[in-house]
Design a protein around this ligand. Structure first.
Ligand code: FAD
Ligand code: SF4
Length: 325
């Protein structure tokens, strides 16, 4: 392992390479022999402008890819003006992990599918063409939205659910230069190539994220339902941001986490609510629209009503939340 020089930030190393941020996903998977990078580049000491910082301005928020999860959770402007981003980090992992892990690594964390993490099982994501053990195996933790016949793994992260709801942009530095793309385009659906999880080119470095300022940011929250109250991944989660005119929804943004193959933007639910009063009945109709395309397996059908109810609860809590003036 070698520490990357600042110059490496300007000319990212070509594949095969894995960047090492907090290491809380990567090192675990290397110990399990699931990830075997030929080259590791420690990026934590890179000092390019904006990589470690969080800046809140009139146009929105800019978060460096090497800011820690704790910094995002704790940042006063994020907590006041973008509570959904702060909540999602607070409810993720443990204090120790939040101190180590960085935002760039956080959005690129790998699935927790047990068959992916145990190399004695066939898994198309780990070894293309080998099969999917979860289809007929234990699939309580697997996805119902965005799956394919090749892979039903769920995307496990919390923060990405908030980013996808808020129309965030991800900034990168590729061998061909810098680029910015909608965060919603970063992760790829599994289709027939579940081993290709993002649109990042080999050696492309995430440098940061930006989130635009918008009227719905302050009335936003993240609700996470899990088997135990801390240190646990989501069974279902919802990130919502609301702009209300009295009881009526002017605009709403909704992200879903838990049984989803990629960070999930629930546009059908948003359309079902826009211009309507935010009642429990309308929220439930929107939630049903969000899960209309769900494809359950033997052990995970319960996550559909759970996901719907989580979204209803999140919307009703957002409606009554006290908003900082
Ligand atoms: C016990 C446990 C419980 C957890 N619970 C939760 C939870 O409830 N919710 C949740 O959301 N997460 C949870 N996590 C996951 C945790 O949040 C992630 O492991 C962490 O955020 C990853 O960040 P990292 O900086 O350590 O990434 P690393 O492990 O360093 O990297 C992860 C991947 O991203 C790549 N990478 C890192 N930075 C960049 C970059 N800037 N550009 C390009 N590629 C990059 C690496 O090469 C690697 O492939 C948990 C983890 C553990 C171990
Ligand atoms: S669900 Fe995906 S990650 Fe899990 S065993 Fe099947 S192919 Fe592998």
């Amino acid at each position: 392992m070698r520490a990357a020089s600042d110059a490496a930030a300007e000319t990212p190393v070509r594949a095969p390479v894995q960047y090492l941020a907090g290491g809380t996903t990567l090192v675990d998977l290397m110990k399990l022999d699931v990830m075997r990078p030929a080259q590791l580049v420690d990026i934590t000491r890179l000092q390019a402008p904006g990589l470690h910082s969080i800046e809140a301005g009139r146009d929105g928020l800019r978060i460096g890819a090497l800011a820690t999860m704790r910094q995002v959770a704790d940042h006063p402007a994020v907590r006041r003006d973008y509570p959904v981003l702060s909540d999602a980090m607070w409810l993720a992992a443990s204090p120790q992990i939040r101190n180590m892990a960085r935002t760039g690594g956080n959005v690129l964390q790998r699935t927790r599918c047990a068959y992916f993490r145990d190399i004695s099982w066939p898994c198309n994501k780990r070894e293309p063409g080998s099969g999917c053990s979860a289809l007929e195996g234990q699939n309580r933790w697997h996805a119902v939205l965005g799956t394919s016949e090749s892979c039903i793994a769920s995307y496990p992260g919390d923060w990405a659910t908030a980013l996808v709801a808020l129309d965030a942009t991800v900034h990168t530095l590729a061998p061909r230069g810098a680029r910015s793309l909608p965060f919603a385009r970063l992760h790829r659906l599994p289709g027939q190539t579940p081993h290709i999880e993002t649109v990042l080119a080999p050696g492309e470095l995430i440098t940061g994220f930006s989130v635009p300022a918008a009227p719905f940011m302050r009335r936003s929250l993240y609700l996470k339902v899990r088997d135990r109250e801390s240190y646990e991944f989501a069974l279902a989660s919802a990130a919502v941001a609301l702009d209300l005119d009295g009881e009526t929804v002017r605009q709403v943004r909704i992200g879903l986490g838990g049984p989803v193959a990629v960070p999930w933007r629930a546009r059908e639910a948003e359309a079902a609510l826009a211009g309507r009063p935010l009642t429990e009945a309308n929220a439930l109709a929107a939630a049903r629209a969000a899960f209309a395309g769900a494809r359950p397996r033997e052990h995970n059908a319960f996550r559909i009503p759970l996901g719907e109810q989580t979204l209803v609860r999140a919307l009703m809590q957002a409606k009554t939340m006290e908003v900082a003036s």
